[in-house]
Design a protein around this ligand. Sequence first.
Ligand code: FES
Length: 279
Amino acid sequence: MNPVLDCPAACPFVEARNPAFDFPVGQLRRVAAVDPEGDVDETKRNVLKLLAVAGIVGAGAGGLVGGTLQYVQPPVVGISSYPVTQLLDVDGTALTVDKVQNEYNVRTGELYLFNYPLRNEPNFLLNLAPPDGDQPSASNPGAWNVPYGIGDHGSIVAYSAICQHLGCPAPAIAYYPPGTCSQTFNTPNMASQPFYIHCSCHGSTYDPANSANNLTGPAVLPLPQVLLKIVDGNIFAYGELGPPVNGHLNTLQGDYGVGSTSQLASEGPVIACFFGPTS
Ligand code: FES
């Protein structure tokens, strides 16, 4: 069984915002210049000389490389379409919907992450159903029939684990089970919904029961949602909805694809009960 947070009404982790998460927004940072005659070692200096000579030779030869070596373009890495990728459990075995329904629920505090569709794009796998198959209610929070949710109650979903504000990845952005922090939100799912995805970098909050829409800023875009399906009891990812992952012009470019399988990794969340300004 996975650990389940048994939280009191007040946030048990921090009383106020942890200054360790004060990442200034939009602040210029000065980076010292490198003295070309000082810190560059001999090997680097020789490479620079070689490039300069190659540029002169290229110019003299009528511009075989456009006259001089101006830019070295990194290759564009990516995939052409969304793969159908089977999710594997943390131990490498097939991840079944029965296992997720039996072992994960809305109170599960540990993060379960898998990369999709690229190797550098982590996503949360969540089961928002209350424990023991009980129907969600005010006294037993949870969500059934979540948009694009799978499983017996449509409660299993997956969202990008990279914040849409400035790109903080999990575990700084994390799923907060009911009771982790005292804040609640009125959502289409329920009044005073006590569970959410929250980013401790600047306080953005997302609603996992409603397409990861924004509950607090500064982020203004929802998290991309990974489309899941069940084949013979096993869970597969096969596409994505919403905006591109933060930092990627398009979700299919920016790294190599994950291929036909992607294995879950578990991580402990970073919890900070700081909620940013709504915007
Ligand atoms: S990166 Fe700023 S709120 Fe997440």
